[in-house]
Design a binder for this molecule. Sequence first.
Ligand code: PLP
Length: 392
Amino acid sequence: MRTRKQVYLDYSASTPVDPRVLDEMLPYFGEVYGNPSSAHRFGNRAERAVEDARMTVAGILNCQPSEVIFTSCGTESDNLAIRGAGWSARHRGEPSRLVTSPIEHSAVTNTVNQMSALMGFDTEIAPVDKFGIVDSEIFAELCKRGGALASIIYASNELGTIQDLPLLSQIAHAHDLLMHTDAVQAGGQLDLDVERLGVDMLSLSAHKFYGPKGVGLLYVKDGLELAPSQSGGGHEHGMRAGTHNTAFIVGMAKALELAYDENDGRLRHFAKMRDHLIQGILDRLSCAELSGHPNRRLPSHASFILHGIDANALMMHLDMLGVAGSSGSACKTGNPEPSDILLAVGYSEDEAKSGLRLSVGMQTSEDDISYALDVLETAVDKLGKLKREMAP
Ligand code: PLP
């Protein structure tokens, strides 16, 4: 039987675990099974692995190992940063205000919304331009009114756009707000040096950089008080209770280390594949417009508005033809609502339902891009024809 070619272009949703990462993890499922918090030698071996992983991560983030808090995913890291800092500020009697942007991942947006709905926090949303860049002057105006925390996404999961974080951090600090960034999409690609970025907290998730799903971290600047969103034992300086997931923490550190050891080569490959994809789509599909910033974008990320095309229907056609992409954020796949993020950068409802995100990775080849372009052209033609036939 002839099997159809399969092309995965959804690396922004998740990446496969690098075999070198898996090798590093395997001993911690069987051989080294002690609880890292136990005082005996079984526990000590596991604890050493967790602490070595913390050192590795700290080296890449340019922070102290004690400033790295291990969590179960990027979502949890965002929740801990926002709720933890918000609650602590409230406890100290400081202003209950949060400043964010309209293009955050739902892990940030829904946490901020919950703080507002259940706990009466004021929320300010700094607008973005058509590329998704935060308006720094309005951001400064909003920070000037005071608050506990600003949270701005480093690189957009839907648009690929990269923010000027050093500038935004400087503005937030000038008005005594803490600065958190959701760097989940940036992890493995962009500079994560917390000193250069100027942030107080930064969220990462391992499955975006060829590590396992279900493990993440939050950088928390030394001295910062965070109310734990998960209480229990005193793990992670009392900020995140729960027995350490040794194997996954080890895997995350290895994946991050490999990503930055091999950063130049990986980014060159990503950008080359991405640029072929962008050029091919703009040349071959007259309905296509690039969304997000033309230059300040993630090397792995291509996103488009396909005017007049229903992106969810397109996704199904592409899937049947062996190409995996996304109609916006992965979390929204199958959701017929227009993307809030595309609406926020000024697209109409119809346009916001025609967003396509294709993201490349280490395994993407020239051949994959050629195949995806052919399939995309066929599927868009078919959908266009169907639409014309069904028009009254
Ligand atoms: N933040 C961003 C920008 C993301 O893209 C994602 C996942 O897609 C998350 C947070 C959530 O990360 P996790 O899947 O590890 O919960």
